[in-house]
Design a protein around this ligand. Structure first.
Ligand SMILES: NC(=O)c1ccc[n+]([C@@H]2O[C@H](COP(=O)([O-])OP(=O)(O)OC[C@H]3O[C@@H](n4cnc5c(N)ncnc54)[C@H](O)[C@@H]3O)[C@@H](O)[C@H]2O)c1
Length: 356
C-alpha cells in the first residue's frame, strides 16, 4: 500500500492507495471501530456495484454498518438532499460517535463531507472515492459543499476527513466519459506543478486503454496533498488548483449542470487559461500548443453555443472573485502555475474561441 500524508497538525491524515484495498477495508479500519454506527453514504448504483459487499464485509467483521443513498447527478448536491440525510441519520439513531464512509464520486463526497461537518457540529468521515476525479481531487483537502439556486458550491465548509482510501481497481467499471473528465484534472496537476508528469500524461494518453491509472493517481495525490498541506484555506498556493476552473465553472453554469461534466468543463477551461497565459506574456506559444495538444487527446464535448457575455457574467459571480478582483490562474511556463489579478475581461471572452 502506498501512503501519502496530508500534513495539517491535528487534522493530518493519510491517503492510502492500493489495488484491492476495498476488500481489506474492515482490517484497515478495525482500529477505529469502537462500537459506533458506521454509515455508508453512496448512490444506489454504487451500492449494487461495491457498497453492499463492503457493508456486508464490515458487518461480518463486527462493525455496525448501515447505508443511505443519494440520487445520481448534481441534483444530489441540494439543500433538500442535505436535510433529508440529516433526518435519516437522526432516524437511524446516529450520534456524535457515528462515522461516515463516503463512497462515490465528487457529488457523494461533497454532500457527505458537508453532512459530516455539520451533523451534531461535526462527526468523523472517510472519503472512499470511486471516480478518477474524486480520487485525484475532490476527496482530498476537505472542501465540502452543496449548490443553491444562485450558484454551485455556494454553501459548504472546509472539513478534513479522517483518511482517504483509494482502490484504483474500482475505476474498471467507470464509464469512459467519466474517465475522460477525471483525466482533465490529472492534466491540471502536471500543468501547474510538474512538467515531467505532464509530458508522461501526454505520452500515456496516446494509448488510453493502457493508461497507468494507479501511477497517475498516486502522483496527482502527492501534488494535491503537498498543496493542501501548505495552504489548507486557499490563502495563496491552493488557488493554483483552480487552473481552468474560472471558465470551467462558468461553462457548467451557462450550459446547465448535468449537460457537461465538471472535469470536461475544467479541461476546456484549461485550454482557455493556457491561451490567456500566452496572451498575457507568461507562457510561450510553443508551450501553449503543447498544452493544447495534450488536452485535445481527451475527446471532449464540442461547445458551439457559448455566449461570451454570459460566460463573463458567471465569471464575475465566481468564488474566485475576492473584493471585486478576479484571481485568474495562469501558467508561467508548463509545470508552473501562478495567479494573475489583471486579466482583462475581453481576453477571457476572446479565449472562448479556442474551444468553439
Ligand atoms: N470538493 C472538491 O474539492 C471538489 C473538487 C472537484 C470537483 N468537485 C465536485 O465533484 C463533482 C463531480 O464529481 P465526479 O466527476 O466524481 O462525478 P459524480 O460524483 O457525479 O460521478 C459520476 C457518475 O459516475 C458514477 N460512478 C461513480 N463511481 C463509479 C464507478 N466506479 N463505476 C461506475 N460508475 C461510477 C456515479 O454514480 C455518477 O453517476 C462536482 O459536483 C464538483 O463540483 C469537488
Amino acid at each position: 500500500m502506498k501512503t501519502i500524508q496530508v500534513h495539517l497538525d491535528k487534522r493530518s491524515y493519510s491517503i492510502n492507495v492500493e489495488s484491492g484495498l476495498l476488500r481489506k477495508l474492515p482490517s484497515i479500519l478495525s482500529d477505529q471501530n469502537h462500537g459506533q454506527k458506521w454509515i455508508i453514504i453512496s448512490q444506489y448504483n454504487l451500492m449494487e456495484l461495491i457498497g453492499f459487499e463492503l457493508m456486508s464485509n464490515l458487518n461480518k467483521a463486527g462493525f455496525k454498518c448501515d447505508y443511505i443513498t443519494l440520487p445520481v447527478g448534481e441534483a444530489a448536491k441540494s439543500m433538500n438532499e442535505f436535510s433529508r440525510i440529516i433526518s435519516q441519520l437522526i432516524e437511524m439513531k446516529c450520534d456524535r460517535s457515528t462515522t461516515i464512509l463516503s463512497l462515490g464520486g465528487g457529488v457523494v463526497g461533497d454532500v457527505s463531507g458537508f453532512v459530516a461537518s455539520s451533523f451534531m457540529r461535526g462527526i468523523q468521515y472517510y472519503q472512499i472515492p470511486t471516480t478518477l476525479l474524486a480520487m485525484v481531487d475532490s476527496s482530498i483537502g476537505g472542501k465540502t459543499g452543496i449548490n443553491i439556486a444562485e450558484g454551485k458550491n455556494l454553501v459548504g465548509s472546509i472539513y478534513q476527513p479522517q483518511g482517504v482510501l483509494i482502490d484504483p481497481d474500482i475505476l474498471e467499471s467507470l464509464p469512459r466519459e467519466e474517465v475522460i473528465a477525471g483525466l482533465g484534472e490529472v492534466i491540471k496537476y502536471g500543468a501547474i506543478r510538474d512538467e515531467k508528469f505532464l509530458n508522461n500524461i501526454s505520452e500515456w494518453l496516446d494509448d488510453i486503454d493502457s493508461f497507468p491509472f494507479a501511477k497517475a493517481v498516486l502522483r496527482a495525490c502527492e501534488i494535491k496533498a503537498e498543496i493542501v498541506s501548505l495552504d489548507e484555506y486557499e490563502g495563496g498556493l491552493r488557488k493554483l488548483l483552480n487552473f481552468g476552473h474560472t471558465v470551467g465553472h462558468a461553462l457548467e453554469a451557462h450550459l446547465g449542470y448535468g449537460k457537461i461534466r465538471h472535469g470536461e468543463a475544467v479541461a476546456l477551461g484549461m485550454k482557455c487559461a493556457g491561451w490567456v497565459s500566452h496572451k498575457m506574456g507568461f507562457m510561450s506559444v510553443d508551450e501553449n500548443i503543447s498544452l493544447t495538444k495534450t488536452i485535445d487527446k481527451l475527446s471532449l464535448p464540442h461547445v458551439s453555443k457559448v455566449d461570451p457575455n454570459t460566460i463573463l457574467s458567471y465569471v464575475k459571480k465566481d468564488k474566485k472573485m475576492r473584493n471585486g478582483i478576479l484571481h485568474f490562474v495562469v501558467l508561467n511556463t508548463l509545470g508552473e502555475g501562478n495567479t494573475c489579478d489583471s486579466v482583462p475581461d475581453n481576453l477571457i471572452k476572446e479565449s472562448l474561441k479556442v474551444i468553439q
